[in-house]
Design a protein around this ligand. Structure first.
Ligand code: ZN
Length: 243
C-alpha cells in the first residue's frame, strides 16, 4: 500500500523557505515514513518561481510514488496553460512522477491537458460559493465515462463538506479512482482538512471505507506550525489501518 504526503501539509512551517522549502521539510521530518510526495501548488506565482534543487531531485527520485497538484489558473488554449504544462512535464521527468491532479472547475478545455506526459486526474470539489460544480459523484462519473484517459483523485474532506459519506460517493466509482486526498472534516459546510486520527468516532467511521481502496493515499491536511509533528501520528494511524 502506498502512503504519500502532500507538501501542502507543511506550508505553514515553510514560510520564507518557499515552495522548495516544503520539499526540504518533508525530507527532514518525514523521509522514511512515507512512500511518496505530492508537490502541491495553488498560486501560479509560487509554481513559476519553483525550481527543484539537486537535493530534492535525489530525495524525490528515491520515492516510490510522486504526484503533483497543479496550480490554479484558467486552463485552456492560452500561453499561461502552455507554460505551466511544459513546466509540469519538465519537473515530472526529473523525479518519479506518476500523476498530476487538477481542480476541474478551473479547466475550460480538457483537451489541452492531453499534452501532459503523465496520468491526469480531476478532483471532486469542496462545498462553497466559489466552487459550484464538480462536487457530486454523478458529474464526476459522467465525465470519467466520457474521458477514459483521465483519472480521479477523491478528496475526503471535499466530499464530506458537501454532506456526502465517502462510501456513498465512491459507489460505482471504485474502478475509476486513482488516488485519495486523505483528510477529515467534522461536518457538512466545513472543509477543514483535519487529521483523521484526531477526528470523532463518527467521522472516522465514515472515512473507514477509504482504507480498503487499493490506491495511493495522500495525506493532505492543513496544520498549524505547532502541530506539524502530529503528521507522524497520522502516518502511523493510517499505516495500522492499512496493515
Ligand atoms: Zn485535495
Amino acid at each position: 500500500m502506498t502512503l504519500c504526503l502532500s507538501t501542502g501539509s507543511v506550508w505553514r512551517v515553510a514560510g520564507s523557505r518557499g515552495r522548495i522549502g516544503t520539499v526540504h521539510i518533508v525530507e527532514e521530518l518525514f523521509s522514511g515514513l512515507v512512500d511518496g510526495v505530492e508537490l502541491c501548488f495553488i498560486d501560479p506565482e509560487g509554481f513559476e518561481k519553483f525550481e527543484l534543487d539537486e537535493k530534492s531531485i535525489k530525495f524525490l527520485k528515491g520515492m516510490k510514488y510522486n504526484s503533483l497538484h497543479a496550480p490554479i489558473i484558467e486552463y485552456g488554449k492560452n500561453t499561461q496553460t502552455e507554460k505551466i504544462l511544459e513546466k509540469i512535464n519538465k519537473i515530472g521527468q526529473e523525479i518519479n512522477l506518476k500523476h498530476v491532479t487538477f481542480h476541474p472547475n478551473h479547466v475550460k478545455d480538457f483537451s489541452v491537458l492531453k499534452k501532459l506526459k503523465f496520468k491526469t486526474c480531476i478532483e471532486n470539489m469542496r462545498f462553497g460559493e466559489r466552487h459550484k460544480g464538480w462536487q457530486f459523484p454523478k458529474e464526476i462519473n459522467e465525465f470519467l465515462e466520457k474521458e477514459k484517459d483521465f483519472g480521479f483523485c477523491f478528496d475526503v474532506t471535499h466530499a464530506m463538506s458537501n454532506g456526502i459519506k465517502p462510501k456513498e460517493f465512491l459507489h460505482g466509482l471504485e474502478e475509476k479512482i486513482s488516488c485519495v486526498h486523505l483528510n477529515a472534516t467534522e461536518e457538512a459546510g466545513l472543509h477543514s482538512h483535519n487529521f483523521v486520527f484526531s477526528s470523532s468516532k463518527q467521522v472516522q467511521e465514515k472515512i473507514e471505507p477509504v482504507f480498503a481502496l487499493r490506491v495511493p493515499l495522500i495525506i493532505e491536511v492543513a496544520v498549524e506550525k505547532e502541530k506539524i509533528q502530529l503528521i507522524k501520528k497520522e502516518i502511523s494511524f493510517v499505516r495500522k489501518k492499512l496493515a
